[in-house]
Design a protein around this ligand. Sequence first.
Ligand SMILES: [Zn+2]
Ligand SMILES: [Zn+2]
Length: 332
Amino acid sequence: MARLGSWIEPFPEGIYVKPADAWVDPSRPKVQALVTHGHADHARGGHGAVWATPETLAIMETRYGEQAGRPISYGDSVRIGEVDVSFVPAGHVLGSAQIVLEYRGERVVVSGDYKRRPDPTCAPFVVVPCDIFITEATFGLPVFRHPDAGSEIDRLLHRLHAEPERCVLVGAYALGKAQRVIMELRGRGHDEPIYYHGAMERLCALYEELGVPLGDLRAATGASKQELAGKIVICPPGALNDRWSRRLPDPITAMASGWMRIRQRARQRNVELPLVISDHADWDELTQTIHEVAPKQVWITHGREDALMHWCMTHQIKARELNLVGYEDEDD
Ligand SMILES: [Zn+2]
Ligand SMILES: [Zn+2]
């Protein structure tokens, strides 16, 4: 009998599914690609056929132009070569999916990036029992335990209201994090206009088109200092310290990221108000998920593989590191 998962081959540039002749999240252009979600390190341009959820394809088209897209909605199944392929929610960003691959009685789930916390902008993670679970490990160290997003948003609002002559400038990745922060604010009753950097415009418009209502959003460019006082402004992390922010009224610099747990990272970016809001599973979510999925083997991709490898060993779960390259996860 063939070794479990012998039909799945990890290469530095992605995971190759032999009997489908297709790659999962390849970092180089391929003839056939299966894409878990729209973040640039997973969804590259230039592939031949791309299988992804309709939302992920829409995101890719916004970024790269027209795709030879084959949309697969959550719960639908398609046969590619000799492999049955379906997409189930991963809870990471809008349209994000785990890819379920079935071949000759074996089931492999490629998680992509995922989290278990509630997120008002996307469908929650679905547990799919399988033989091999290929998991990310971005925050795969026991020190990473994300607080509740609601309490981080409360800290943001508290600070905003305490200094109404200033504004709070929040650095947030343009796909997913920005829209989640906006929705979390709306969920806390913050109905004021929220201002955004020009780089956010297209993706926010796309989220709205795809059914995520973000409320009163306005362009920060062109707004007066007076208008922006006491308001929240969202920008990509890269714009936090650049010339662009000088037009704002004495901004309180915040950033929403799982990495804000590390003080050093907050200091590097001159972040005064670090908000630990992550779109990746923390340590407890990773280990809880492996328990629930109950795979025969765990294959670990980008992030801190060692600690999760060790945890699997001590729990009698066979584990293996895949040395994929090109996943940055600054997206968090
Ligand atoms: Zn991602
Ligand atoms: Zn990733």
